[in-house]
Design a protein around this ligand. Structure first.
Ligand code: NAP
Length: 258
């Protein structure tokens, strides 16, 4: 069996809300491989939950960071730099849209709802990567973000989040181009539907899950751990020649025509 030894490596993970979060599945893989991790949670109400989840991870650090606030992002990376010294890995697993913008017709999306979804789900990646870069420049680094195929195809109810994911995927390519000369890679995982807190906010999500199960070549939905192992691959040196890519972890669903 091939095992990955990430001892001495450090990672910052944004987006753990609970044990179902895809960020948590990724963190578990990084931890099992020996990386030291810091976690950023959205606000104080999540602190106890993230503290309890990470209590068994030796040396895990916890910071609060609302990604709509530049000063909180700056403070997060400053504190990560002070405590970890450098950063090898950044996991961006953050998204949000108003519930009313994830049901009904996309044409009714308000200006403020559009801005909010774009700000949290797309722009935050750019700002986080900007702050991470000084911590990665010496040894190089790797960034992973999470996307969904509604960036490319129409998924009813996904609405404004589809726009945000299309922007996010473009950012991955643009940032890959700019970060490449600094030996920093960035890739996205396009995950199939997984029953998480955010996903449950999408109208008709359970139907989406069933359609994916019925139509995917593997005839099942994916496990969060499969996103975790794919992220481990993209973050580690095993994928050293890969940047700017969108890797589908969706049991093959995206290849289907109908
Ligand atoms: P999740 O557990 O709810 O994670 C989403 C995270 O985003 C939560 O920790 C949430 O914190 C955080 N967040 C929202 N607004 C924030 C803000 N202003 N500042 C900082 N953090 C904020 O759901 P998930 O499904 O694992 O989602 C993770 C990523 O995977 C998202 O980008 C999502 O679009 C993507 N994805 C999910 C699926 C799926 O089916 N689950 C499929 C493809 C892609 P709060 O709980 O405090 O809001």
């Amino acid at each position: 069996m091939f095992t990955l030894d990430l001892a001495g490596k450090t990672g910052l993970v944004l987006g753990v809300a609970n044990h179902r979060s895809l960020a948590w599945a990724i963190a578990q893989q990084l931890h099992a491989a020996g990386a030291r991790l810091a976690f950023a949670y959205a606000g104080e109400r999540l602190k106890d939950k993230v503290e309890a989840l990470t209590s068994t991870m030796d040396g895990a650090l916890l910071f609060a960071c609302d990604v709509t606030r530049d000063e909180e992002i700056e403070r997060l990376f400053a504190r990560a730099g002070e405590t970890l010294g450098h950063l090898d890995y950044l996991v961006h697993s953050v998204a949000f849209a108003n519930k009313e913008d994830l049901e009904g017709d996309f044409i009714n999306t308000t200006r403020s709802g559009f801005h909010l979804a774009m700000d949290i789900s797309a722009y935050s990646l750019v700002r986080c990567v900007k702050e991470a870069l000084p911590l990665m420049e010496k040894n190089g680094g790797s960034v992973v973000t999470l996307t969904y195929n509604a960036s490319q195809r129409v998924v009813p109810s996904y609405n404004v989040m589809g726009s945000a994911k299309a922007a996010l995927e473009h950012e991955v390519r643009q940032l890959a181009y700019e970060l490449g000369p600094k030996n920093v890679r960035i890739n996205a995982i396009s995950a199939g539907p997984v029953n998480t807190l955010s996903a449950r906010g999408i109208h008709g999500f359970l139907d989406m899950l069933q359609v994916a199960r019925d139509k995917a070549p593997l005839r099942r939905s994916i496990e969060p751990s499969e996103v975790g192992t794919a992220a481990l691959f993209l973050l580690s040196g095993m994928s050293s020649g890969i940047t700017g890519e969108i890797l589908y972890v969706d049991a093959g669903y995206n290849i289907m025509g109908t």
